[in-house]
Structures are given as structure tokens and as C-alpha cells.
Design a binder for this molecule. Sequence first.
Ligand SMILES: Nc1ncnc2c1ncn2[C@@H]1O[C@H](COP(=O)(O)OP(=O)(O)OP(=O)(O)O)[C@@H](O)[C@H]1O
Length: 499
Amino acid sequence: MAYLHVDHVSKMFPGVKALDDIVLEIEMGQVHTLAGENGAGKSTLVKILTGTEKPSQGRVMIDGQDAASHDHLHKTIAYVPQEINLFGNMTVAENLFMPFSRSRRGGWLFRRRELERAAQTWIDRFKIAARPGDKVRHISISDQQLLQIARACTNESMKILILDEPTSSLTETEVERVFRVVRDVVSSGCGVVFISHKFDEMFAISDTISVLRNGRKIETRPASQLDDRQLVSLMSGQEVKTDSRLQPEGGSGEVMLRVEGLCGKRFEDVSFTLRRGEILGFAGLVGAGRSEVMQTLFGFLPARSGNVQLEGRAWRLGDTHYSIRNGLFYLSEERKYHGIFPGQSVRRNIGMALLHATARHGVIDARRERERVGDIVRDYDIKTPTMNKNIAFLSGGNQQKAIIGRAMACDPRILIFDEPTKGIDIRTKMEIYRLMKVLAERGVGIILVSSEMDELRRCANRIITLYEGKVSGEFHIDQASGDALVGAIHGHGGSGHAA
Ligand SMILES: Nc1ncnc2c1ncn2[C@@H]1O[C@H](COP(=O)(O)OP(=O)(O)OP(=O)(O)O)[C@@H](O)[C@H]1O
């Protein structure tokens, strides 16, 4: 029997069967990918494997024993969540060994020098660009990601490592560093469970792929016996058209937004224009300053200087209410922190943007609100059992569609999408791309910040690259060769320049 055996596991939540009779074997020395659309049940299965949730039916066998009666067995399953959850103000060494009870030699690690020496071993093994005494907030996001994996691996009883979308905001070069670490872990004999929505990554790293759909396991196959098209149809149960180009037609209308010499937190002297009818992409490494530029335009972060005009009129910076009133919306990559109100229902989350249509004299007309929210849930195909469900329990893709639907209800002039498809399955991604194209063609100005080159090449008419807070290139999509773009995001000039 495999080290980890999922034996007919089901999990019920109120109104949803999140897992339905799952049977799965996870072998040591292999990468086993869990693939599935948003809401398919991947996270629920992971929670059951790590012992955070109990199955409603069935059992998890670890090393031949029922984990329900041998709780310590769950400790052999290490888990790295999607979000970075390190302590930024503590050092690399401290983060690795918190709560200071783990060491290779089984003793307690308290002394700073000893702690740092032990940390250096992990830094060397995983090729992390940091010193043991560096504060974590000063190292790059990709190094933080590797550190987070190293931290999980300091668990000496680890036999299986679960990585939940470890690459979701990394560029291709950075992803390769994570994969080197994954191969290292596998060659040490452990098994890896990998979760991702990116097909090229799944095929690059997996030995085996299991597909979940609507809580059921549809298929387990060697990765070498699957291709993109088969995987999409197994995941979605239907054919999905994955167009290679989704740029809006036209895209050379008049200038809508003009940004000149904008300076703010982590960026300097940023200038660009956005034309009506186009999608303007922003590429760069994590930390290049792209989100900061956009949050400054939205008014969430202060500008030090600069001049911005929307449709020929001076734009007021530093005031998010002004931005929303005047039709500029920022759809944050951090859905959980800036996008949704987690304790509230889908209806409240969307309804708050509809007050102009549903409230009279400060009182919401409940029937109208239900109708309007119902329209949006239908139009954007938001999957929820009822509109009264807490939005936090919707899958990532459906939360994102609710946020887009809400912004659209406000009649936007400019929409800024910051990593709009992070953690989103391929079918929903295509829907979001098509939606952006339709919006742009209707005259809404669209800015797309993305770490996925494929996404930018598919959707944007022009791409601006940022490197260390400065514009390092500007490319018309037809001139944007892969090498030139990658060079520009690493600060090596913007050949193919269209500035
Ligand atoms: N605590 C909960 N209460 C109610 N419903 C839940 C809860 N957790 C998950 N669900 C529901 O269970 C189903 C499976 O969700 P799950 O998060 O496991 O999917 P997923 O495959 O991980 O999706 P994603 O790719 O978006 O992360 C969804 O319908 C979700 O709304």
C-alpha cells in the first residue's frame, strides 16, 4: 500500500458535498499533482490529509494505519500554504526554526550562533539568496517562498510535502528555483503533493496527476499520458476553447489616462498612457513596484509627486472615494484583504455597490437588491448554492467573479486588474480574459498587472515593464519577443521598444 491512502473519503458542509467518495494513493519519491477547477475540493482534501478537517465518511490511512486513531501520523505530512506566512521582522534563521524546537540533532536550538549555522545548511541546500541573520522582510518574495518550503522541511518526521500553489505570483525563472527544490525533496525519498492551476508547471514537475471535479475523483494518470486538452476536459467535463490571442480589436483610440512622472512608495518617475479600447499590460518581477503604482493611482497609497489626467482632466490622487466616484477601480490581487468582506454574504458583498439602484432615502429595497444581485450572479456565472452564502466559503474563482461583477455594476471608466487570475482555473481564466476584452471594446480602459507572461501576451495590446520601481521598457504586443520582455523585467533595457 502507498504511504498515504485516501480510503473512500467524503466531506459534507452545509449545502455542499465538498468531497464525494475519494480514493487516492500518494507514493513516496514522486510528485503527485491535484488538478481541478475552483471549488473542485482540492483544499478540502488537503485539510483532511493534514488533519485540520475530519472526513464525514471514509478514512485516511498513513503508513498502513488509520490516521484518525494515530494523530501523530498527520505530523508526517508537511503543508506549505499558498500565502506567505513568515514573520517579516524576524530573521531567516528564526523563521526556519520557530518555535526553536527542531534541529537535525533532535535538541533545542536556542543559541543564536548554533541557530544560524543550522540555517546556513538549509540556505545552501535550497540556494536561498539570503544570510541567516537577514530580516525576512528584506529578502525577495521568491526567496521567501523557498524559505517557507525549507521551514516545512525542517520537520524531521516529514514524509509527504504538500505545496499549495507555490508559484502563483512568481515569474518563470523564479518558478524554476522552486522546482529545483521540489526535485531535491523528491530525491531525498519524500513524496510531494502539488497543487496548481498552471498546466505547463503541472506537466513540468508531476509524475502523476489526479483530477477532481465537483468533489469526485475523475481520473489518476501518469502525467506523461495526458496533454493540455485532455486535462482541461477532465477538469471541466466539457471542451474549453483556449484562444491564444484575446486582445481587444482596435486599441488605438484617444488617450484616456495620462500618467507623468509619478513617484511614490517603491517607484520613481513612472510615465505612461492608456488608450481607449486597449488592454495595457504591466510586467515585472514580484516587488518591481507594479502594485504600488496602481494602488497610488487608485489613491490607496500616497504619491510623492507626479501628474495624472483622466480624459484631459486633472486627476486627484490620494483619495479612494474620489476614484470610485469617478469610475476608477482597482481589483486587488489580495482578494482576502482588499476585495471581499469575508463575514458577509454574496448578496451583501455585491449589493453594497448597487445602493444607487436599490436604496431610497437610505433604506435598501430588499426585493430590488435580490433581483439585481441575482442578475449579476447569473451574468457572471458565480457558483453559489444561494446568494446568502458567506462569500468566504466560495472558491477563489467565484469570489473573483463576484468582485468583477460588483465593479461592473458601478459603471467603471478604468478598471485595474492586479493578478486577476491568481489561483483561478483555466476555464474561469478564459472567461475573465474574454470579459476584459469585451469591456475594453466597450470603451472601458483596462490595465492588467500580471506575473504570467502567457496572460499578458494573450490579452494585452501593449506591455510596459517595470524594474526596481522604474519603467524599463514598453512593447507593442507584435514586437514583444519573449527574450526582450524577460530582459526588460530583469532590467536589461527594452529592445523591441515602442515608447
Ligand atoms: N468551511 C466551509 N463551509 C462551507 N462550504 C465550504 C467550506 N470549505 C469549502 N466549502 C465548499 O466546498 C467546495 C470545495 O471547496 P475547496 O475550497 O476544497 O475547492 P478547491 O478545489 O480548493 O478550490 P480553489 O481552486 O478555488 O481553491 C466548494 O463548493 C466550497 O464552497
